[in-house]
Ligand binder design. Structure first.
Ligand code: CTP
Length: 408
């Protein structure tokens, strides 16, 4: 059996910017080509001060793209065509200046325009002096890019071209090839899967200024949506009121009440393969909504509540419905309660969340989950919700594939 690299026949744009590490990009391009990738190189004007386009042209056998408004280059492959052609774009080295321009969303040269015009996964390999890397401006630019879905490879620590020692060196070409391979493998792990996730609380209005709702930041559901999009799934996020920005590449539907959420879920559920209910849906709503603000009045007020529909149960009850994953927030007898919800709601998996402890839970960025399914389970230890979301999806995919093809 011939083992094929994930990079084989992949269309990769290596974008080279103005940094002394640009010389390493020649080897990077060569290594990618050896693994079967089709590489096109884009250079900034700054990069041409460090290495000549001729080097990359010779290594790739393709013309090097430099100018945005070069009519001869646009005639061979215009910037939009190039953006569509790419399976991935790796900016290596990524200078502090380029990171700042990308973070600002500028489109003042070919590279920045390409990055705005592509839907391919993007990666940056920063390379700069250690103080420039540590600078708050650079750190906040990188964080902004990561929030928009950019993958950051490196930098490494060590001796720098300027003679200083610290973090800021570009990763070695072999490490970048490895990082890119992992990125492309991940980007296709959930390809073809339609996933829907609910997140956040629901607000059940009492009058125009008051509501009842559950404590929920939406962080876990948003992290699941972001991770699934990262893994190549087609993601719909149905979100209650939260203070979070929708993750890149995710279709986000904003709702307010449990009934809004149910309507939205049911109208988009057709063809969904995996449904993950991370929302903290209010179990009850006020039986009547007062059009006018209720006055304080007496020292006691009676609020009559009506049960809300159970969205997860409705989805799990569907004939030929999706693979269903529920969450259970418990303060005690976690496994017992979680397993009884698994059976009662006919779920494929339940993620139990121990709440009320000192670490993890509602507003925290961290959490731990105990996963249960019929005949098995797995514990995901305390970690950042972003990492936990990825681990959860790996476990979900394993069970989902087993359900479709039990022989696996
Ligand atoms: N859920 C839902 N619709 C509701 C209520 C809950 O979709 N109206 C989903 C949640 O998103 C979560 C799971 O069901 O995935 C939680 O189940 P539930 O039995 O409601 O848990 P608790 O509210 O914690 O139940 P209990 O108060 O009985 O412990």
């Amino acid at each position: 059996m011939i083992l094929m690299s994930v990079l084989d026949k992949k269309h990769i744009i290596v974008a080279v910017t103005g940094s002394i590490a640009a010389y390493k990009s020649a080897d990077l391009v060569r290594q990618l080509g050896t693994l079967g990738a089709e590489v096109r190189v884009v250079m900034t004007r700054g990069a041409c001060e460090f290495i000549t386009p001729m080097t990359f042209q010779a290594l790739t056998g393709n013309p090097v793209h430099i100018d945005l408004l070069d009519s001869s280059a646009e005639a061979s492959m215009g910037h939009i065509e190039l953006a569509r052609w790419a399976d991935t774009i790796l900016i290596a080295p990524a200078s502090a200046n380029t990171l700042a321009r990308l973070a600002a969303g500028m489109a003042d040269d070919l590279l920045t325009t390409l990055c705005l015009a592509t839907s391919a996964p993007l990666a940056i390999a920063p390379a700069m002096n250690r103080l420039m890397w540590q600078n708050e401006a650079t750190q906040s630019n990188v964080a902004r890019l990561q929030r928009r879905g950019y993958n950051c490879l490196g930098p490494a620590s060590g001796e720098q071209a300027c003679g200083e020692v610290g973090a800021g060196r570009m990763l070695e070409p072999a490490e970048l090839v490895d990082g890119l391979s992992r990125l492309l493998t991940a980007a296709s792990a959930m390809k073809g899967i339609k996933l829907m996730v609910t997140a956040g609380p629901t607000y059940e209005d009492i009058d125009p200024v008051r509501y009842i709702g559950n404590r929920s930041s939406g962080k876990m559901g948003y992290a699941v949506a972001a991770a699934a999009a990262h893994l190549g799934a087609d993601v719909t996020l149905v979100s209650g009121p939260v203070a979070l920005a929708p993750p890149p590449g995710v279709q986000c539907k904003k709702v307010r009440s449990a009934r809004d959420m149910q309507r939205c879920v049911l109208s988009h559920i057709a063809d969904v393969d995996i449904f993950i209910a991370a929302a903290a849906v209010a179990d009850f709503r006020p039986t009547t909504f007062s059009e006018q603000k209720i006055k304080k009045g007496e020292s006691e007020q009676l609020l009559t509540l009506t049960a809300n529909p159970d969205i997860l149960r409705t989805v799990a009850d569907q004939v030929d419905g999706p693979f269903t994953v529920g969450f259970a927030a418990e303060t005690q007898a976690v496994e017992q309660y979680a397993r009884s919800k698994l059976v009662d709601k006919k779920l494929d998996m339940i993620c139990a969340n121990r709440v009320g402890g000192t670490e993890g839970g509602f507003e925290s960025d961290k959490n731990a989950l105990d996963l249960y399914w019929q005949g098995g389970g797995e514990a995901l230890p305390m970690g950042k919700k972003t990492l936990l979301a990825e681990q959860l999806l790996v476990a979900v995919m394993r069970r989902y594939q087993y359900k479709i093809k039990p022989s696996n």
